[in-house]
Each structure stands twice: as C-alpha cells, then as structure tokens.
Write a protein that binds this ligand. Structure first.
Ligand SMILES: [Zn+2]
Length: 151
C-alpha cells in the first residue's frame, strides 16, 4: 500500500471540502452510533428536485419557470456555506405567530431571489429548488437569531 504523506492528506481533505461546498459528489465520513469510528462514504452530488404545483394566492411558485429555478440552484451551489447562510437569512422571513401562546412559535416565509426580486414561494419550492436540506436551514435560522441577539 502506498503511504500518504500528511500534506497529501490535507490537500485531499481540502479537495473534498471544496467539492462538498459546491454540491458536487465527494467522499465523506459516516460515523457509527457512538461517533468514535467511521467508514468512508461516497456522498452523491446535489441536484434540483421536482418543483411544487401549488396554486396558493400567497405564493408565486406557479409563475417561476424551470430555467429560473435552475439559475437559482446554480447560484446557490456556486456559493460556499457562508454564502448559503446569508441567502437563507435574507430570503426567509421569520414572523412570530401572534395567535400562539408559545413564544418559540414562529412562522417562516420563504422567498427565492429571481430577476433581482424576491419571490414568495412555499417551503417545498424553496427546498426542492435550492437543494439545501431542511435541518440545515433550521440550524442556520437558529444561528442567525443568536447572531442578531448578540449584536
Ligand atoms: Zn409552491
């Protein structure tokens, strides 16, 4: 077996990180339940998922073309994680629900940046077009809240 030097390992790690950041397929680690051992795992490339077909008066999903969605997807994955966080903070509005007793209850309003504007879309459209996972979005929003409260 050929020995890999530390520099080579580092370069390979950066290479995989770069690929992950831009939504390309990469080799990552899949940890076991205890989190102390892992196996290498090939992670597939991100791809745009099927659009929604909603016709709500509140959203503009139905006027967005597949070409426009493709442009959004490309833009999102030309960014790094930091850029995607910023996108989420600017395109998702958090409104605290007045009718709820729980202070933590908040409503999320999703938008896509299209043609220099902001188009209101449903959650399914946002997730399928951006290819960003829901848990990552929720984490990002939570971090954003902490971020704003510290400032
Ligand atoms: Zn929709």
């Amino acid at each position: 077996m050929k020995a890999i030097s530390i520099t080579q390992q580092k370069t390979q790690r950066d290479f995989m990180k770069e690929r992950r950041q831009h939504g390309m397929g990469y080799v990552g680690r899949k940890y076991n339940q205890g989190g102390d051992t892992y196996e290498k795992e090939v992670k597939p490339a991100r791809k745009m998922l099927e659009r929604c077909f909603c016709h709500s008066y509140h959203t503009q999903c139905h006027v967005i073309s597949e070409e426009e969605r493709q442009l959004v997807f490309q833009e999102i994955w030309s960014m790094n994680d930091e850029g995607r966080r910023r996108y989420i903070w600017t395109q998702i509005d958090r409104i605290r629900s007045e009718r709820e007793f729980s202070r933590k209850k908040q409503l999320l309003f999703y938008h896509l940046a299209i043609g220099g504007g902001r188009m209101r879309v449903c959650k399914k459209m946002f997730l399928s077009t951006t290819g960003i996972r829901q848990w990552w979005i929720l984490n990002t929003i939570r971090q954003g809240v902490e971020h704003q409260e510290v400032e």
